[in-house]
Design a protein. Sequence first.
Length: 74
Amino acid sequence: MGGMDLGRLLIIAGIVLLACGLLIHYSQSFSFLRLGRLPGDIRITRENFTFYFPLTTCIIVSILLTLVFYFFRK
C-alpha cells in the first residue's frame, strides 16, 4: 500500500465518518430510519441502571460500510 493509497483510504474514511456523524446528529430529522431503535437492539432497564447495545444497528452499519469500502476498492 503506497502513500497515495493510504491517503485515499483516509479521505474515504473521513467522508464516511462525517456522513455517519451528520446522520446521528440529525437523527430526529431522519426518524424514519430508526437507527438505534431497531428490533434486535438490546435494552435492559433497572432501577438505577440502563444497559443498551444496538446489535441490529451495528450489523446494518457494518454491512453498509463493507459495501462502501468494497465499491471504493475496485
